[in-house]
Structure formats: C-alpha cells, structure tokens
Design a protein around this ligand. Structure first.
Ligand SMILES: Cc1cc2nc3c(=O)[nH]c(=O)nc-3n(C[C@H](O)[C@H](O)[C@H](O)COP(=O)(O)OP(=O)(O)OC[C@H]3O[C@@H](n4cnc5c(N)ncnc54)[C@H](O)[C@@H]3O)c2cc1C
Length: 309
C-alpha cells in the first residue's frame, strides 16, 4: 500500500516544529527515525495530513550528562547505545544490553530512543528501561516546556500524556551508582520480532543486602510498567551466594519475586502466540533470571573494584 496524501515540513528549530505541530485542524506526526511511522503510513494505519520532519533540528542531537542524569536528545539513534561507553557506569551497561534486542542494525541506525517513547509500543525495550528507572520525558509545546515522569507518561498502547502539539525534546535517565548491578532479558518468537515479554532490572546492593530494586516490564500490560510489588519484596534481603547461570529453585527469593511480578504487577493482554497465562509464566521466569543477571553483574563490579577479578 502507499501512504495517504500528506504535506511535509522540515523545520530547523524546536520553535518552528512546535508551530507546525500546533497548526490548527491538522493531524500531524513527527518524523524522527521513521522506523515505525513510515511503516504505519504505508499500511495506512496512521494517516497524518502533515509530517513534521525533525531531522534538521541540530539542538535535538545531543547526548550529555547533566545533574546526575543522562540526557538523550530526540535525534540520538538506538545504535548510539550499542557501546556501554555511551553512558557512565552501570547505566551504560544496561542500555547496551537492552539495545541489541531492538530489531536489527539498519533499524537501530535510524530509529531513536525518543521516537520509541513517542510511539509508546507496549513491547518497547526503551520504554521498559524508562519505566524501571523512572525516567523523565521532556516536552515543548505552545505553552512552554514541561517534564513528566515515565510512570505518569504511559497510558496505554500508543497512548501517552503528550499532547498532539508537543514535541518530545529529550528523555532523561538517572545515572546508576557503582553498587548497582543491571540485567536485561527478553523472550520473543523469532529473532527480529517484538518481545513477547522483556524485563529490565537495576539492583543496588550494600554489604550483601539489596537496598534498592528497580524492575521494568515490557509487553506485560497494555503499557510499560514498573513491578513495584516485586521490588518491595526484595528490598532488605540478602542476595546470597549466586553465580550467573545458576539454576534457581522455586523457593529462592528471585523466583518468588518473579511470581509476584507476574501475579501482582503484570496485567498481560492476549496476543496471537502468547495468551495471558503464557505471558504470566514468561514474566515469572524472566524476572527471576534478570534479577540473577543483575546480582551477578553487581558481584562482578564489586570484584573489579576490590581488585580480585
Ligand atoms: C521490522 C521492525 C522491527 C522492530 N522491532 C522493534 C523492537 O524489537 N523493539 C522496539 O522497541 N522497536 C522496534 N521497532 C521500532 C523501532 O525501534 C522504531 O525506531 C521506534 O519505535 C520509533 O523510533 P523512530 O525514531 O523510528 O520514530 P518514528 O517512526 O519517526 O516515529 C514514531 C512515532 O513517534 C512519534 N515521535 C517520534 N519522535 C517524536 C518526538 N520527538 N516528539 C513527539 N513524537 C515523536 C511520531 O509522531 C510517531 O507517531 C521495529 C521496527 C521495525 C520496522
């Protein structure tokens, strides 16, 4: 199919883009990497009458560390995070473990993290990371700039708090302390399709006990969620003598946290090839395994810091 007819503008500043998005009576879409939008337009599931191409807006290109946060501008491509050096410390590791699950290299070289927040697909890896870390979405509209926490931003499949006349200028992610271990795992049907379930974890450990747990789930509800009930179960517990790849028994804390996330935090939606019960089982298993990965990562970081790798 071909896209329905549309007009096209390519502003050079955020102010011009916001003007275009606010053009009364028009159904506008932002073109960032185009890796979701162009496909949807060809299928005519999305029929904008105006496409606002932001790729010439230089001020949207930056990746910077400011006030303890990584600020990801709207034109930073997925591929920028394939190196763990893109962000300092455990955050860089978490982003690099998540990004390799997004589609394949050509899509990662064009698509953007901010575009994933704009599209708000329930299975988006970035949105799971954003939910786990309570990232912040920065938007500019006719009334100025505002920031909104990920937990309030995602409302449902492709539904967010963003108003149609607002441009997302950046997403901000908190840097993670060196005492934090990270993990990211997902389950998908074939190599390049969207995740049936994905899990992002950041586990902060002091003197062997978990002081903070952050768990984000993708495709486990109609929007990305944070598994707060499972997190509460973990805080204060000792992580014990774990190694990556070890088998978890049903009575292990992480297995218990996985089952809790599946029953209390997830609200799965039926899909072809993955019904609600299947997804709950996938959440239970993946949360447990991702916690194990994060615990092993934390141990490895500690060993390096203490000089006995
Ligand atoms: C075959 C295939 C497989 C894929 N697999 C995955 C996958 O496994 N995981 C995954 O997460 N994604 C996947 N994607 C989607 C891909 O990651 C996209 O890059 C991403 O969803 C959107 O980023 P984009 O920059 O391409 O946005 P675009 O396609 O340009 O825009 C997408 C939507 O977001 C809005 N938008 C974009 N930027 C902004 C902004 N700055 N402000 C306001 N609104 C904005 C647009 O209006 C549009 O509605 C896949 C895509 C394809 C084609």
């Amino acid at each position: 199919m071909k896209p329905a007819p549309f007009d096209y503008v390519a502003p050079r500043t955020v102010a011009e883009a916001v003007d275009a998005l606010g053009d009364t009576g028009r159904k506008a879409q932002v073109l960032a990497g185009g890796q979701s939008l162009i496909l949807e337009m060809h299928l005519q599931r999305v029929r904008p009458d105006l496409v606002v191409d932001i790729n010439r807006i230089r001020e949207l290109g930056g990746l910077s560390v400011e006030d303890g946060e990584l600020r990801v501008g709207a034109l930073v491509r997925h591929a920028a995070f394939e190196s763990a050096e893109a962000a300092p410390g455990p955050l860089g590791t978490l982003l690099s473990r998540a990004v390799v699950n997004i589609a394949h290299p050509p899509i990662r070289s064009r698509g953007t993290m901010v575009g994933s927040f704009g599209w708000a697909h329930p299975a988006s890896e970035w949105c799971a990371v954003g939910a786990a870390l309570e990232s912040t979405v920065e938007m500019t509209g006719p009334d100025g700039t505002r920031s909104i926490a990920a937990g309030d931003y995602f409302l449902g499949p492709h539904r967010t708090e963003r108003r149609p006349d607002e441009l997302i200028t950046a997403v901000r992610l908190p840097l993670l302390h060196e005492d934090t271990g990270v993990g990211f795992l997902e389950h998908r049907r074939t190599e390049f399709c969207f995740a049936q379930v994905a899990v992002a974890v950041a586990l902060t450990v002091n003197a062997g006990a978990i002081s903070r747990a952050r768990i984000g789930l993708a495709n486990s509800a109609d929007h990305p969620v944070r598994a707060r009930t499972a997190e509460r179960l973990l805080v204060g517990a000792d992580i014990g003598p774990l190694t990556a790849g070890a088998r978890l028994h049903d009575d292990h804390l992480f297995a218990h946290a996985g089952r809790t996330a599946a029953q209390e935090d997830a609200a799965p939606v039926d899909e072809p090839y993955a019904d609600v019960e299947y997804k709950r089982q996938a959440v239970a298993v993946l949360v447990a395994r991702t916690l194990l990965e994060a615990a092993a990562d934390q141990r490895a970081r500690l060993a390096v810091r203490e000089g006995h790798q």
